[in-house]
Design a protein around this ligand. Structure first.
Ligand SMILES: [Fe+2]
Length: 392
C-alpha cells in the first residue's frame, strides 16, 4: 500500500477524501414501475423526480427519498444496464453512494482513482439531485459513488424546478460557486420558474407513531448497511479498505462461509461482503448479488409494527435469516421486491467507539425466534438516530 498522504481539511489521510455516511442506493429494476411502486407503497419512500430525458416517452428511472435528501433509493430501468458487462452477472445494483464532506474531495478522489488504476464510470454533476459525484467500479462491478452536495428538499416537499437542470457544463471547475449563488442566477434568468415535482402521497393517515398520525406504522431513519455477494471476499475487502478507507470491524464464519464487515464511522458496518456460494446455501434469489440493503426504522416498536403491517398487505417478509450473518444488528426483517431485491429492516446498529473494537459476540443481545414485546436497553441504544425533521 502506498505511503502517500493527502491533506483533507488540514488532516493528513491515506486517501484524498473521507466517507461521512452512506447516502443512497440505486437498484436496476427489471420491472421499473412495479418495483418503484413496491417500495413507495409499502415502505413509504416518496418520489422526488423521474429520470426522463427530453424526447423519451416514459420514465427510465425514479428518484425516491424518506427525508430531506433528494434521493435515498433510486430505481433505474434495467434496460439501461442490460448491455453492460456486469448486470448479467447479478450486479443489479446501480450504485452504492457515500457522502464526502467537500467538492474538493470528489475532484481529488477522481484523480486518485485514475492514479491508482481504478476504473471509473462517471465524474461530474448529477441531475436531478444536483450532487457532484465520481463513481468507481469495485472488483465485482458494483458502482461505488462518492458525492457532495445533494439537493435538500424542504417543508413543501417540492424538488428543484426544471430550470435548475439546464446547467451548461456538468464537469466541475474548482472553485465552483455556492448553491446560493446558483439559486440567485437561476431565479434571475427564469422569473416565471414553475414549481418542482411533488408526489401525490394520498394514502390515508391511519397509523399513530409516537404521537403523530402517519400513513404507515413506522418511519425511516436512514439507509444502510449494504450486504453484497462477491466473487472473492478478500479481493473486495482489500479494495474497500485500501481505496475507500473502510476498516474491518469483524469476520464471521458461518457453516464454512467467511464474511467480512467493514465500517467508515461508528456504525458496526456499512458494507458486508459475503461469498457468492452462500447465496445458493441460503436459497436466496439467484438473479441478484445484492444480499440486502439496510433500512433503519425509528424504534423496535416500529420494526414490529412494520412486519405485521407489511405481512397484512401481502408483502414477502422473512424473519428467519440467521442472525449470525448480521453482526451488530439483532432483530431484523427482510422484505423482497418483485425484482428480487431485498431490504433488511432493523432498528439500530451496534456503535464502535474510538478504540475500533466491536462488542464481544457473547455480550450481544440474543435474537429470540419469537420476538419479545420489549427489549432491555444496551449501552448504544438510541445513540445513532439521525432524523432531524418530522417523521412525515
Ligand atoms: Fe448517486
Amino acid at each position: 500500500m502506498s505511503s502517500k498522504r493527502y491533506d483533507v481539511g488540514g488532516v493528513m489521510l491515506p486517501r484524498p477524501f473521507h466517507i461521512q455516511r452512506l447516502g443512497h442506493i440505486g437498484l436496476s429494476q427489471a420491472d421499473l414501475e412495479a418495483c418503484t411502486d413496491f417500495w413507495v407503497d409499502n415502505l413509504g419512500f416518496r418520489k422526488t423526480d423521474a429520470l426522463q430525458p427530453p424526447g423519451v416517452p416514459r420514465p427510465l428511472g425514479w428518484f425516491t427519498t424518506y427525508g430531506a435528501d433528494h434521493h435515498a433509493l433510486v430505481h433505474i430501468d434495467a434496460l439501461l444496464e442490460q448491455g453492460g458487462p456486469h448486470y448479467g452477472r447479478g450486479v443489479t445494483v446501480n450504485q452504492i453512494s457515500f457522502q464526502v464532506g467537500t467538492l474538493k474531495e470528489v475532484a481529488d478522489a477522481n484523480a486518485y482513482f485514475k492514479e491508482n488504476g481504478i476504473e471509473t464510470w462517471r465524474y461530474g454533476r448529477d441531475f436531478p439531485g444536483s450532487n457532484w459525484a465520481v463513481y468507481a467500479y469495485d472488483p465485482d462491478g458494483f458502482r461505488v459513488e462518492l458525492f457532495y452536495g445533494i439537493e435538500q428538499i424542504g417543508w413543501d416537499r417540492r424538488s428543484k424546478p426544471a430550470p435548475f437542470y439546464a446547467m451548461p457544463d456538468y464537469t466541475p471547475h474548482l472553485p465552483e460557486r455556492a448553491e446560493l449563488s446558483e439559486i440567485k442566477a437561476v431565479e434571475a434568468a427564469n422569473p416565471d420558474m414553475a414549481k418542482g415535482f411533488r408526489p401525490a402521497e394520498d394514502a390515508p393517515f391511519e397509523c399513530e407513531v409516537g404521537g403523530v398520525m402517519l400513513q404507515r406504522p413506522f418511519a425511516i431513519n436512514r439507509m444502510g448497511p449494504v450486504h453484497l455477494f462477491v466473487e472473492d471476499v478478500e479481493r473486495s475487502e482489500a479494495f474497500y479498505t485500501q481505496h475507500f478507507g473502510l476498516s474491518r470491524t469483524e469476520v464471521v464464519t458461518w457453516k464454512g462461509h467467511r464474511a467480512v464487515f467493514l465500517r467508515h464511522g461508528n456504525d458496526h458496518h456499512a458494507i458486508g461482503l459475503f461469498p457468492a456460494a452462500l447465496r445458493e446455501a441460503l436459497e436466496l434469489d439467484q438473479r441478484t448479488k445484492l444480499f440486502s440493503f439496510g433500512i433503519e426504522l425509528g424504534s423496535y416498536q416500529q420494526l414490529k409494527d412494520a412486519v405485521a403491517w407489511l405481512r397484512a398487505r401481502g408483502a414477502n417478509v422473512s424473519t428467519d435469516l440467521p442472525s449470525e450473518l448480521r453482526p451488530g444488528i439483532d432483530y431484523a426483517a427482510f422484505v423482497r421486491d418483485p425484482s428480487g431485491h431485498t431490504a433488511m429492516l432493523y432498528c439500530g446498529i451496534e456503535q464502535v467507539g474510538w478504540d475500533g473494537k466491536p462488542r464481544p459476540p457473547e455480550q450481544r443481545r440474543k435474537v429470540q425466534h419469537t420476538w419479545p414485546a420489549t427489549l432491555d436497553a444496551m449501552s448504544d441504544t438510541y445513540v445513532s438516530l439521525s432524523r432531524q425533521g418530522p417523521m412525515a
